[in-house]
Design a protein around this ligand. Structure first.
Ligand SMILES: *Cc1c(COP(=O)(O)O)cnc(C)c1O
Length: 399
């Protein structure tokens, strides 16, 4: 885009980039990023319009293609992630779909980890096959399963670096090697880990996806999605796909997400610290059967956590006795923690995956993923952890 060049220094550290990276200033010299709520742009002369259409990227033409507020958000996140290119989209699912639909064609093969967000699972198992794309799901923790599935080649591999809701961890470096040997691109949905706790590109991944709705906004205000990856792939595939299909990010929402990035590090750090305290409390609680949290020594992939993640993160899952009835009694007795299927928010949120985010799966598919009827996902927010523990303790007494 024409005006991404700015005063960001390549030596700025992540915390500086989060509040300052990619800022563009108009002739008015505003401090805060301007919201360019405009669908189109005007030309002085017909020749200017002719030139704009002849040469891509010389100026803003139409906000479905590019917009200055959206460009600031894209450039800031690009710098933080250390990617060659970044595009902001209307939602996380728009980003997941576009990352595959933009370059796959009939006859291609896609391999994905089985532990996926419900809508990611739907795209891979229901939508892509309708267009003649063969898809296969494997146990993402099992490198032998990856090796076997990728021996048949694959154009794309899709994984969630930390899975929803059971927090399984993918060995990104190992899966990237196998993917490249198979001739494909590794696409990593890094939502649960956030841009701060895991850097998939540094481990060999090709494309990174975020739902910016989650920690990046993190205040329950806006949907948003992001695709990050190589400039050549953007030019050859993603740019034209987005330009002509239109899952654009609103400039207003891009502005909210810029404000979210300013405090992302502070929020994720505090929320992770609160989560660690809550997880330790739950693990010692008599009413709890198991707690899955990457920051606990009991996490089944502990060695990989140490190698790959910078912290335990803000999310955990735990099982209470009594199946669905027990889980519902616990949810309904909470007063501070809210029942919501969102996550990464400043408010602590719980959800019951078996009846919400993963209700479309067959019971045996849920069992395979470790989603039992007593499983509760908890996204820890910015409240005082003592209040959270009191609330959970009272709710667990109802189980
Ligand atoms: C929420 C979520 C998405 C989808 O994002 P939206 O912004 O809701 O469309 C994709 N992947 C994961 C892991 C998520 O948690």
């Amino acid at each position: 885009m024409p005006d991404t060049p700015d005063k960001s220094s390549p030596s700025w550290r992540p915390q500086t980039l989060l509040s300052r990276g990619g800022t563009l200033r108009s002739q008015f010299g505003e401090t805060s990023e301007a919201i360019f709520m405009t669908s189109g742009y005007v030309y002085q002369r017909a020749e200017d319009a002719e030139e704009a259409f002849a040469k891509d990227g010389v100026r803003y033409v139409y906000s479905r293609y590019a917009n200055p507020t959206v460009a600031m958000f894209e450039e800031r996140l690009r710098l933080i992630e250390g990617a060659e290119a970044c595009r902001g989209l209307s939602s996380g699912m728009a980003a997941v779909f576009a990352s595959m639909a933009c370059f796959l064609r009939a006859g291609d093969r896609v391999v994905a980890s089985r532990a996926l967000f419900g809508s990611c699972n739907y795209i891979i198992t229901q939508i892509l096959p309708r267009y003649g794309i063969e898809t296969e799901l494997v146990d993402g923790r099992d490198l032998n399963a990856w090796e076997k599935a990728l021996a048949r080649g694959a154009k794309a591999v899709f994984v969630e670096s930390l899975s929803n809701p059971t927090l399984e961890i993918i060995d990104i470096a190992a899966v990237a090697k196998l993917t490249h040997k198979a001739g494909g691109l590794l696409i990593v949905d890094n939502v649960f880990a956030t841009p701060l706790l895991l850097k998939p590109l540094a481990l060999g991944a090709d494309i990174v996806i975020y739902s910016a709705t989650k920690h990046i906004d993190g205040q329950g205000r806006s949907l948003g999605g992001v695709v990050l990856g190589p400039a050549a792939w953007f030019k050859d595939h993603l740019a034209q796909f987005l330009r002509n299909t239109g899952p654009s990010l609103s400039p207003f929402n891009a502005w909210l997400l810029l404000k979210g990035l300013e405090t992302l590090d502070l929020r994720v750090e505090r929320m992770s610290r609160n989560a660690a305290e809550v997880a330790a409390f739950l693990e010692g609680h008599g009413k709890i059967q198991r707690v899955i949290y990457p920051g606990l020594a009991s996490h089944p992939q502990r060695a990989l956590v140490g190698r790959q993640l910078k912290g335990g993160g803000t999310l955990m899952a735990f099982s209470v006795g009594g199946g669905k009835a027990g889980a519902f009694r616990c949810l309904n007795a909470l007063k501070l923690v809210l029942i919501s299927n969102n996550l990464g928010d400043a408010r602590s949120l719980v959800t019951h995956p078996a009846t919400t985010t993963h209700h479309r799966l067959k019971p045996e598919e849920r069992a395979e993923l470790g989603i039992d009827d007593g499983l509760i996902r908890l996204s820890v927010g910015l409240e005082d952890p003592a209040d959270l523990k009191e609330d959970l303790d009272r709710a667990l007494a109802a189980v």
